[in-house]
Design a protein around this ligand. Structure first.
Ligand SMILES: NC(=O)c1ccc[n+]([C@@H]2O[C@H](COP(=O)([O-])OP(=O)(O)OC[C@H]3O[C@@H](n4cnc5c(N)ncnc54)[C@H](OP(=O)(O)O)[C@@H]3O)[C@@H](O)[C@H]2O)c1
Length: 307
């Protein structure tokens, strides 16, 4: 009898996406990150880690035969250091593009058009109009022009913005600048859109010096990771009234109830929800179904991340 490879997936209904049967050669168990995992974990080779469920991380310590860890996040910072060097790590690059780009755009529109202000007035039944900033004609510098950055750019172009792309190194043929160009680019920004991953190289990437290069009234948007911004430096700039911010991610997370960011004017906060929308699960399920087929067939997996 051919040997079977033991796999853990987060959703029982995934089998429906696979034509009612799991691929030949796989023994599939379901673990959704809640409650008791399956009893026999010693031979699990592929673990598709449940999304947005911190409890699911703990299982990593109980999988001695793990060969592939599939996370459904785009960032892999939560699992770095928790798996051996021989375990292949695959991420969810692409699954969050639409959802995260959409929230980044929503934060920009809300901040520029003062939607929180109008919502507060609505609660008081107050009709008190004035002119606002606009997103159209803004210069948006995207820090971390990758998969999500490109999705955000498509939306911003539809909103009649000028977009400046920044990644880890310049690629002039793709109009991408490296961080060394920031002293020339940041003074032009109406909006900085931070989509950076959290790595040792990006820690406090948006620091006091770079914030100081922004023009007065610029908007700092963060949908990447909180640790890529020097929060104290950002708080100082906002408290002085010079800059504004719209943050889906913060450092620390969750943001403590007594943190100064909560109470500052010109700050809009969402609780790390950019990736969590209705577009995520259908895309994630299709991706995992394809990944299981590749794994069963012995093909190269998608979204392998060096670690
Ligand atoms: N808020 C949320 O709910 C949410 C949801 C999904 C993702 N995220 C965050 O978004 C991040 C990006 O996701 P993605 O799928 O777009 O990743 P990606 O395609 O890998 O893009 C990452 C970008 O960051 C750039 N970068 C990496 N290190 C850098 C450095 N030291 N200096 C300047 N640029 C650097 C990369 O440049 P190169 O191309 O030159 O390598 C690339 O442009 C994730 O890692 C995650 O932290 C947040």
């Amino acid at each position: 009898m051919a040997s079977t490879r033991h796999v853990l997936v987060p959703w029982a209904h995934l089998v429906d996406r696979m034509g009612g049967e799991w691929p030949d050669g796989l023994r599939v168990d379901v673990y959704d990150g809640e409650g008791e995992p399956p009893r026999d974990l010693d031979d699990v080779e592929l673990y598709v880690m449940p999304y947005a469920n911190p409890g699911a991380l703990a299982l990593l310590d109980r999988l001695p035969s793990l060969k592939v860890l599939q996370v459904l996040t785009a960032g892999v910072d939560a699992v770095i250091g928790r798996i051996g060097p021989d375990v292949r790590l695959c991420n969810g690059r692409g699954l969050h593009d639409a959802s995260t780009a959409e929230l980044a755009l929503g934060l920009m529109l809300a901040a520029q058009r003062e939607i929180p202000h109008w919502a507060a007035n609505q609660r008081e039944h107050k009709w008190d109009p004035h002119f606002t900033r606009s997103l159209a004609d803004s210069v948006v510098v995207i820090l971390g022009y990758g998969s999500i950055g490109a999705a955000l750019e498509r939306r911003l172009l539809a909103c009649e913005c000028e977009v400046i792309r920044v990644a880890s190194r310049p690629r002039p043929e793709e109009n991408i600048y490296g961080p060394e160009s920031l002293p020339e680019l940041l003074p032009r920004a109406t909006v900085v859109a931070n989509v950076l991953p959290s790595t040792p190289a990006t820690a406090k990437f948006v620091n006091a010096e770079r914030l100081a290069l922004l023009p007065d009234d610029a908007l700092v948007v963060n949908v990447g990771r909180g640790a890529t911004v020097d929060t104290d430096a950002l708080v100082k700039e906002i408290a002085s009234g010079r800059l504004r911010a719209a943050l889906d991610v913060t450092d620390p997370e969750p943001l403590p109830a007594d943190h100064p960011l909560w109470a500052l004017p010109n700050v809009l906060i969402t609780p790390h929800v950019a990736g969590g929308s209705s577009t995520f699960y259908p895309r994630a399920e299709k991706f995992v179904a394809d990944q299981l087929r590749r794994f069963a067939a012995g093909e190269e997996l998608a979204n392998i991340v060096p670690h």
